[in-house]
Design a protein around this ligand. Structure first.
Ligand code: FAD
Length: 388
């Protein structure tokens, strides 16, 4: 492994690495080949308390900050695993912590911290509206002490491995609100109960990554009114701070991937001898790897800046988006160099390069595509007209 300067998170890194070492790359490869869910791995992370890192101590969690949570995610990816199986709980939980009522927090946080309940899923994206979130068509209509939900979501991850989901739905029609971002609300949905009632149908989507993700169909699903999180109509705003956490965490995962790719390719090109010398002695091989490494290091600075601002309670939308942009780009460059310089062997499953290559590619598109980040920076940071 390429030596990294020590930081103040050494204890967390060592502990997460030790746990990850019990689940070596062949474990993740077998899970990937079987298109299965790494249940034992997620369970081990949960039992060791890592999945409750952000839950305040009074509710049984460790009360750590986003910075520490990001280190956990980074180390999982750096070990050859994929945080995509479990990162949902890390960013979704903040929405509940920040905007949930005292009753909701008392009811849900302790069993989540204890590992008896999972909150791994967030339902935002819809098939006909995509990145244009304020146009969502799923509605939640208040009827007495319930909301009745109708509509459709797509690409909703980990829903089959989660007890709870946070759902975004429109509670006031878009033509009756001042701003399109108003009139949407977020709810806690008990996934198993919703399925049992017939109000929610889950249809898994076969996809390029071993990432459990599904289409959801809501047909008069009844949710108790007490499951509304925060203020009715302000759900999009409530969700945004959680989305900043999501961007920063995914940046950290990409950094973990980036280090995994550079470690892997450096040791390969130093060993592999063609034309009588190690292939790493060729500048055409060495430079793209060095370039990717420089970009990972630079992205890492922005990731820590975004996490620090988040932990200080300061605005961090720009930094979280820039960190995600830089890190996803850097990990993708590292992935390309890694597969390229493994030659044919990069395509063999047993090297894990092709698996990690597929996994890191996702972050150019989800949870927010690179173009949408550029549009956000162009408008909100640089003051150009809204382009989307
Ligand atoms: C494996 C996977 C897991 C996911 N998990 C979840 C989840 O758990 N919960 C959830 O809610 N969603 C999830 N998503 C959805 C993800 O957030 C969306 O796929 C993503 O936001 C892009 O939306 P879209 O697919 O509808 O693409 P579109 O919005 O249709 O965009 C398609 C492409 O066009 C480009 N584009 C669109 N509009 C513009 C514009 N104005 N300017 C420039 N370029 C533009 C985009 O950059 C994008 O690359 C997941 C997706 C995947 C693939």
């Amino acid at each position: 492994m390429i030596a990294q300067p020590a930081d103040q998170y050494g204890d967390i890194r060592d502990a997460v690495r030790a746990l990850c070492a019990q689940f070596p790359e062949d474990y993740h490869r077998r899970i990937d080949e079987a298109r299965a869910y790494p249940e034992e791995f997620v369970e081990a992370l949960t039992r060791a308390g890592w999945m409750a890192a952000l839950i305040p101590e009074e509710y049984g969690g460790s009360g750590l900050g986003l910075t520490e949570a990001s280190v956990i995610m980074e180390e999982i990816n750096r070990s050859g695993g994929n945080s995509g199986a479990c990162h949902g709980q890390m960013y979704v939980i903040n929405t509940l912590i920040k905007h949930g009522s005292a009753d909701q927090k008392r009811r849900y946080l302790p069993p989540i911290a204890a590992g008896d309940l999972r909150l791994q899923s967030m339902g935002v994206t819809e098939p006909t509206t995509g990145s244009d979130t304020t146009k969502i068509k799923t509605t939640a209509t208040r009827k007495g002490d319930r909301y009745v939900v109708n509509g459709q979501k797509v690409w909703i991850s980990r829903v089959q491995h989660s007890d709870l989901m946070i759902l975004l739905a429109r509670t006031t029609p878009a033509d009756r609100v001042k701003k399109p971002s108003e009139g949407m609300s977020i709810f806690i949905v008990d996934v198993k109960q919703a399925q049992a009632s017939g109000g929610l149908t889950v249809k898994p989507i076969a996809n390029m990554v071993n990432h459990e993700t599904s289409e959801l169909f809501f047909d008069n699903l009844e949710i108790p009114a007490e499951n509304l999180i925060g203020t009715e109509g302000q759900g999009f705003k409530h969700l945004l701070s959680g989305l900043n956490a999501e961007r920063a965490l995914i940046a950290a995962e990409c950094i973990g991937d980036g280090y995994w790719f550079t470690d892997r390719v450096v040791s390969y090109v130093n060993e592999r001898t063609v034309f009588g010398r190690p292939i790493g002695q060729n500048q055409g091989v060495q430079f793209p790897i060095a370039e990717a490494y420089i970009e990972i290091e630079a992205a890492n600075l922005m990731r820590f800046k975004a996490c620090r601002l988040y932990d200080e309670g300061q605005p961090c939308g720009a930094e979280a988006n820039m960190a995600k942009y830089l890190a996803a780009k850097a990990s993708w460059e590292a992935a390309n160099a890694c597969i390229q310089f493994h030659g044919g062997f990069g395509f063999a499953n047993e090297y894990d390069v092709e698996r990690k290559f597929r996994e890191t590619r996702l972050y150019q598109v989800a949870p927010i595509s690179t173009n949408m980040i550029l549009g956000y920076i162009g408008q909100h940071v640089l003051g150009m007209p809204k382009s989307y």
